[in-house]
Design a protein around this ligand. Sequence first.
Ligand code: GLN
Length: 194
Amino acid sequence: MKIGVLALQGAFIEHEKKLEKLNVEYVELRNKEDLKIEIDGLIIPGGESTVISKLLKEFDMYDTIYGRIKNGLFVFGTCAGLILLAKEIIGKDNHNMGLMDIVVKRNAYGRQLGSFITKEKFNNKMIDMVFIRGPYIDNVGKDVSILSLVDNKIVAAREKNMLVTSFHPELTDELEVHKYFIEMIGEKNDKSGN
Ligand code: GLN
């Protein structure tokens, strides 16, 4: 299995460290040429969604990535990555790909409370969660499973091949969320093996 880590901006190195801990091979995706490499999953890191979206377009990577995810490529979006995948962003924003049936509020925790650490359940397991000017999910479509709630706000969810978190599992010692993503990819491989 090989994971592509989108490495244009943001916290991609921290994701790579997690993959190393899990003994999963990865490749950094920095330009259109890199998209020719065969991958089983993609991580879109946290950072600034407007910047990542702009760079994707500038480097002519946007359409290819959009098409691959639409065709079922497994993707894990953290924070800015969550925003990029969303169908709708509350307020003015046109930097999202519109792939996942979630309505998202950006910078949802305001400036003062923009960053905080808490402990909550992800898929029924307690884990540490770091939020950095993160979004939350205001609403989900019928095919979306909710994986985490913090103060009654949705902060992790899955729809088919797409996994998103408002928080940054790459910045804590937890491996739970990355393991979950790797297992999602494994499910597909199990099915195609039948
Ligand atoms: N506020 C950022 C955005 O809107 C997301 C923050 C993050 O990824 N840590 O893109």
